[in-house]
Design a protein around this ligand. Structure first.
Ligand code: NAI
Length: 344
C-alpha cells in the first residue's frame, strides 16, 4: 500500500480521495494542518505528500521531506507558485492537476454576475423575512451588453460561450490570442473603455499584477461590473474600494482576494477581521464575495482525485507524465518533456 500524507484536508476532499485511494492502492493520512517546516514531520513513514494552494513547500520543507524519505509531492491544484520546484529537482518528484473542470469556474463566474445584477442575494434574504418590496432590486438586461473577457484559455472560452448564449457582445484580450476561436480580440485599453462588465480568466504573472488599478479603472465605463474568479493579485483591492466608493465601479464579484490565504477556506465567524480593506470591501452592498469556491463541483473534485492518484501511480510505473513539474518548466525551451523523458 502506498502511503501519502494529505495536508490541509477539507471535508469536501474526503469522499473522492477515499474512493480513488481505495481503488488504486493508496492510503491517505488526512491532516488538517497545512504543510510547513514544523508539520513536515507528520509525513514520517509516508512515501509521498499531497498538498493544496496554501501549503508552503519551500526549500527547507523540501529538504526535510527528502530527509524523511518522501519521494513525491502531488499538488491537488493547477497553480504551483507555493512550491520551490528548483529545490525539489533531483530529489522529489512533483506533479499537479493542470485542469479539473473549466465549466465549474466559468459557471461560477456567470452565477456571480447573474446574482449581483438581479440582486438575487438580497431578494433571498428579503423574502425569508416576509419583505416583498422590490425597491433597490433593479438590474439590467444582459442581452446586448458588452462583456470584456481577459484570458481566453480553457475557462475563458467557456465563459465567452455562455455570454454569447445570453445575446451579449463579447470582446476579449489575451496575451496570446487564439486565431482558431470565434472571438473579437481587442487591446486592453479598448476592452477597459468599451465593456459593461469585465471578467478575468488569465493567470497572475509579474506582468499583470494589479492590472485592475486606479489608472485602468479610470478608463472604464461608469458603473462597470468587475468579476474576478482568477487570482486576487490581478486587482489592487485598495483602488477597487476607492472606485466603488466613487461610484465608478457599479459592482464587484470576487471569488479570489490577494490576501486570501489567512482568511478563505476557514470559518472565521465570531472573529474580528484585521484586514481593513477587505472588511470595507465586504461591507459594500454592491460587492459579492465567495471564498475561492469557483472550482467546487462534484465533477471537479472527482477529476482532481482521479488525476492526483493517477499521477502517483505514474510515479511508481516510471512513466513520462505531462503533469510532472520541474525547474525546466520555467524554461519551456529546455523542457525535457519535449524530449519525452522524465524530469529526472
Ligand atoms: P488557461 O491556461 O487555459 O488559460 C489562460 C489564458 O490566459 C491563456 O489563453 C493565456 O494565453 C492567457 N494569458 C496568459 N497571460 C496573460 C496576460 N498577461 N493577459 C491576458 N491573458 C493572458 O487557464 P484556465 O484553466 O482557463 O484558468 C484561468 C485562471 O483561472 C487560472 O490561471 C487561475 O488563476 C484561475 N482559476 C481559478 C479557480 C477558482 O476556483 N477560482 C480554479 C481554477 C483556475
Amino acid at each position: 500500500m502506498i502511503k501519502v500524507a494529505f495536508y490541509d484536508t477539507k471535508q469536501y476532499d474526503l469522499p473522492s480521495f477515499e474512493k480513488y485511494g481505495k481503488e488504486r492502492g493508496i492510503s491517505f493520512k488526512f491532516f488538517e494542518a497545512k504543510l510547513d517546516l514544523e508539520t513536515a514531520q507528520l509525513a514520517n513513514g509516508c512515501d509521498g505528500v499531497c498538498v493544496f494552494v496554501n501549503d508552503d513547500v519551500n526549500k527547507d520543507v523540501i529538504n526535510k521531506l527528502y530527509e524523511l524519505g518522501v519521494k513525491f509531492i502531488v499538488l491537488r491544484c493547477a497553480g504551483f507558485n507555493n512550491v520551490d520546484v528548483n529545490a525539489a529537482f533531483g530529489k522529489i518528484h512533483i506533479y499537479r492537476v493542470p485542469a479539473y473542470s473549466p465549466y465549474a469556474v466559468a459557471e461560477h463566474a456567470i452565477s456571480m454576475l447573474l446574482t449581483m445584477n438581479r440582486r438575487i442575494h438580497k431578494a433571498y434574504i428579503r423574502t425569508r423575512e416576509y419583505n416583498f418590496s422590490l425597491n433597490g432590486l433593479t438590474g439590467v438586461d444582459l442581452y446586448g451588453k458588452t462583456m470584456g473577457v481577459v484570458g481566453t484559455g480553457k475557462i475563458g472560452q467557456i465563459f465567452v460561450k455562455i455570454c454569447k448564449g445570453f445575446g451579449m457582445n463579447v470582446i476579449a484580450y489575451d496575451k496570446f490570442p487564439n486565431p482558431n476561436l470565434d472571438i473579437e480580440y481587442v487591446d486592453l485599453d479598448s476592452l477597459y473603455r468599451n465593456s459593461d462588465f469585465i471578467s478575468l480568466h488569465c493567470p497572475l504573472t509579474n506582468e499583470n499584477f494589479h492590472m485592475i488599478n486606479a489608472e485602468n479603472m479610470e478608463k472604464m465605463k461608469k458603473g462597470v461590473g468587475i468579476i474576478n474568479t482568477s487570482r486576487g493579485g490581478l486587482i489592487n483591492a485598495e483602488d477597487l474600494l476607492r472606485e466603488i466608493k466613487a461610484r465608478k465601479v457599479g459592482f464587484a464579484c470576487l471569488d479570489v482576494y490577494e490576501e486570501e490565504s489567512d482568511i478563505f477556506f476557514k470559518d472565521k465567524s465570531g472573529h474580528i477581521l484585521d484586514d481593513d480593506i477587505f472588511r470595507n470591501i465586504l461591507s459594500m452592498p454592491n460587492v459579492l464575495v465567495t471564498s475561492h469556491q469557483a472550482f467546487l463541483t462534484e465533477e471537479a473534485l472527482n477529476n482532481i482525485a482521479d488525476t492526483t492518484t493517477k499521477n502517483i501511480l505514474d510515479y511508481y510505473e516510471n512513466k513520462v507524465n505531462d503533469n510532472e513539474l520541474c525547474y525546466h518548466c520555467t524554461n519551456i525551451e529546455n523542457c525535457r518533456k519535449k524530449r519525452k523523458v522524465k524530469c529526472f
